[in-house]
Design a protein around this ligand. Structure first.
Ligand SMILES: [Zn+2]
Length: 228
């Protein structure tokens, strides 16, 4: 319907985010400009031939210039707000916590007693096929990346709040000790190495780097805003 209209060209207001804000500013500039131009035309026509027409036109031109200045200021303002928003988005991503695997079936739970463990289960199992991307649930420093006995190939990350997360039974390690990782960064691939009866990720949340200091991992992640 709008395609056939010659009088009204739809502004590209459907664009989202920062582009939309800037486009809105530009469209406002065009609209203001044409309104002022129309006012100039009518005033000039009405005053045509009289001595006061010069000052009348000057007024209109000043109004138009003022309008354009305001519009430019509004566009700069909108850009500043958009820049602030993207900085806030970046910081939100850095501060976020995420799941260690994106798609999974919940396996053996924390503190569950079972035939496979000498004591109770020290983490949460996420059942995933071997080779699944395993991600750091939060940024931090890798304090261990190697063979962890019963854990098989495992990674331990220390986070800024002095909590630790561990990722066990991996088929592939993609980080090394001392390395800094960011939230959601792929650190390895899942597997079934060590004391494991089938492919899954064994995930622990701990208060120290060592076995025995585990807390319930799902509650730990939920506490950090992760929807499991
Ligand atoms: Zn496990």
């Amino acid at each position: 319907m709008l395609k056939n209209s010659t009088k009204y060209r739809a502004p590209k207001s459907v664009m989202r985010g920062r582009a939309a804000v800037v486009a809105g500013g530009l469209c406002a500039a065009l609209a203001l400009g044409s309104t002022a131009a129309m006012a100039a035309d009518s005033q000039a026509a009405g005053l045509f031939g009289t001595a006061s027409s010069v000052s009348g036109i000057a007024d209109v031109m000043k109004t138009q210039a003022d309008g354009q200045k305001k519009t430019a200021a509004a566009a700069a303002d909108a850009k500043k707000r958009a820049d602030e928003k993207s900085a806030a988005d970046r910081s939100a991503r850095v501060n976020a916590w995420v799941k260690p695997v994106s798609s999974y079936t919940i396996g053996a739970a924390f503190a569950q007693a079972g035939a496979h463990w000498a004591h109770t289960h020290s983490g949460q199992d996420f059942v995933v096929p071997t080779g699944t991307q395993v991600m750091a649930v939060h940024g931090g420093t890798v304090v261990e990346a190697g063979w962890g006995g019963a854990y098989g190939n495992n990674i331990v990350i220390k986070h800024a709040d002095s909590t630790y997360t561990q990722y066990g039974h991996l088929s592939k390690l993609e980080v090394s000790a001392g390395q800094t990782v960011s939230t959601g960064q792929e650190i390895g691939k899942s597997g079934s190495t060590g004391n494991s009866t089938g492919p899954h990720l064994h995930f622990e949340a701990r208060t120290t780097p060592n076995y025995g200091s585990g807390v319930e991992p799902l509650a730990f992640l939920r506490l950090h805003g992760v929807t499991m």
